[in-house]
Design a protein around this ligand. Structure first.
Ligand SMILES: Cc1cc2nc3c(=O)[nH]c(=O)nc-3n(C[C@H](O)[C@H](O)[C@H](O)COP(=O)(O)OP(=O)(O)OC[C@H]3O[C@@H](n4cnc5c(N)ncnc54)[C@H](O)[C@@H]3O)c2cc1C
Length: 499
């Protein structure tokens, strides 16, 4: 029996039913989902930072985070919590500008390039909707796609360099990561399946009239969750980093840099590459660790520039997307103005700081060129924040492509916005993942608290992989052994009967 069995003799203030590691939106949602059902489970959230919120970096910046009506989890939560949304005022023209190495593209795309891009988008869109990409399941196509990057898939489907560059641009936009060499092609198809195809996912990234901002910022969701968790007597401890988790048949022991807690179950609600830093005993299966290690950070810089008077409204209210070969820092920029507060803001992501002078084209030069203006540097405030918006897995063997959320290890459950089946890497994904992990945990401890629909949606997601090579080899050995035994027995019987 493990040495930690006798750490505690009786219940005390360090004893809980459930501990949630991570006070981001995933962890808060999971905790609230359990508490609001009133099924006699007490919950503690442990967060290593001074405050909750995780990747919702601050109240101010979170005003520029956006959601979309197609994203059911966030839209439903905002409605339930009565948090106001802000849609764009319809000012007529809603245009997207593609900034290429020759400057802003104005209906100049040659038809053979447009044709190739159209073919690629259509192929990815229709393939991603194939039911075989609903979950990670081992079939021949999946095995091939798991080993190649999405960049290699682009090269297989598209031939002209300019078309490839635009295809890479669209894919890196929906994946939130710049380098398409490091993104598993299988993951892209599974992710897009959840989003109902590439074109639907693009709608959210590029925005349309259904894109919205949250009136006081996305942080309002985290704050409301905290209020409700406290009302339900949930506990939260900030500035406590979880370092080790040990479990046996009876209990789980969660050790932070301050103390050791005891509980029945744990939800680790932290991004994959941070989750593997927590030491778990007994050690999780190798493919579970390997799969979390596959995830790469996006390492992007989030910027926002505030203006007294908008320099772009007379032209259009749209997004600027710069193509891969355009040699600019800008990846995507969008109009994030708050109409109710009369605040004019352009926000988005750049690949390197705009405040360091480098050879690449400056963000403001791109904005000026796209909006046909010379005013983009006349901001009253400009801010950059280093952030890791989204993590995606690299290509690898199909056996390492699993979703940790549906692969709990003993008394430990895994959750993160990255594991959400529908909109991974977004706020909606965090809420979905928090809800699913809470349901998976309740299915084990309080199944009576779940609706039949919740039970079905949780069990439907479980992956049934094809037996891995070692298992198949073991099965073959087993069959050979059985055949040998049968031959030996029949020989032995024949010899015995002859005697
Ligand atoms: C700059 C930026 C802009 C974005 N814009 C948008 C947007 O417009 N729309 C959108 O939908 N999404 C956006 N996103 C993505 C969205 O914010 C995230 O997908 C979501 O917030 C992730 O939530 P999470 O709870 O899964 O992870 P996190 O927010 O990362 O939460 C994990 C928490 O766990 C804590 N933690 C980690 N390890 C430990 C440990 N060992 N012990 C204790 N605590 C630990 C961390 O401190 C963190 O608080 C953006 C992200 C960034 C960074």
């Amino acid at each position: 029996m493990a040495h930690f069995d006798n750490l505690f003799d009786s219940e005390d203030e360090n004893d809980f039913d459930i501990i949630v590691v991570g006070g981001g939106l995933t962890g808060l949602t999971a905790a609230y989902n359990i508490l609001e059902r009133h099924v006699g489970l007490d919950v503690l959230i442990l967060e290593r930072n001074n405050a909750i919120g995780g990747r919702i970096i601050s109240q101010t910046e979170s005003k520029f985070y956006y959601g979309h009506s197609l994203q059911k989890n966030i839209t439903h939560m905002l409605d339930t919590f009565d948090i106001p949304k802000e849609f764009k005022i319809d000012i007529g023209e809603k245009q997207k500008v593609l900034f290429t190495k020759n400057g802003p593209l104005e209906n100049k795309l040659p038809s053979y390039i447009a044709g190739e891009i159209h073919y690629f988008l259509k192929a990815i869109n229709s393939n991603s909707m194939d039911p075989k990409f609903k979950i990670y399941s081992a079939h021949e196509e999946a095995e091939d796609l798991s080993r190649i990057s999405i960049d290699q898939l682009i090269c297989r489907l598209v031939f002209l360099p300019q078309s490839r560059s635009i295809c890479r641009t669209f894919i890196s936009l929906v994946c939130g990561i710049n380098d398409t060499h490091y993104i598993s092609a299988l993951w892209v198809l599974v992710m897009l399946h959840g989003a109902n195809g590439l074109l639907t996912r693009l709608k959210i990234v590029l925005g349309d009239e259904h894109r919205y901002f949250v009136k006081n910022g996305m942080m309002s969701i985290a704050e409301e969750l905290v209020r409700r968790i406290e009302d339900e007597n949930g506990e939260m401890h900030c500035k406590e980093q979880v370092n080790t988790i040990q479990f046996n048949n009876d209990r789980v022991y969660v050790t932070t840099d301050i103390r050791t807690y005891r509980c029945n179950h744990v939800i680790i609600a932290v991004p994959p590459q941070e989750s593997v830093l927590i030491q778990i005993q007994p050690e999780p299966p190798i493919n579970l660790i390997h799969c979390q290690n596959l995830f790469q950070c996006s390492k992007t810089i989030f910027f926002n520039a505030t203006y007294k008077t908008p320099f772009w409204h007379t032209q259009f209210s749209g997004d600027i997307i710069s193509t891969w070969n355009s040699k600019t820092k800008l990846r995507i920029a969008y109009d994030a103005s708050s109409w109710s507060k009369r605040e004019s803001v352009i926000a988005g992501f750049i690949s390197e700081s705009n405040q360091t002078s480098r050879a690449s084209i400056d963000l403001f030069d791109v904005l000026n060129a796209c909006f046909k203006s010379s005013q983009s540097r006349n901001y009253i405030d400009y801010k950059e924040t280093q952030g890791n918006s989204m993590n995606v897995p690299k290509p690898d063997n199909i056996n390492h492509h699993i979703n940790p959320m549906f692969t709990p290890w003993g008394r430990i459950f895994f959750a993160s916005s990255e594991y959400a089946p529908t909109w991974p890497g977004t706020v909606d994904g965090a809420l979905e993942s928090g809800n699913i992990s809470a349901c998976l945990l309740l299915m084990r401890t309080r199944p009576q608290a779940l609706s039949p629909l919740e039970i079905i949606s949780c069990t439907n997601q479980r992956v049934k992989p094809r037996p891995s090579q070692p298992i198949r080899a073991a099965m073959l050995q087993y069959i050979c052994l059985t055949v040998n035994v049968i031959i030996f027995l029949s020989y032995f019987r024949a010899a015995y009967q002859n005697d």
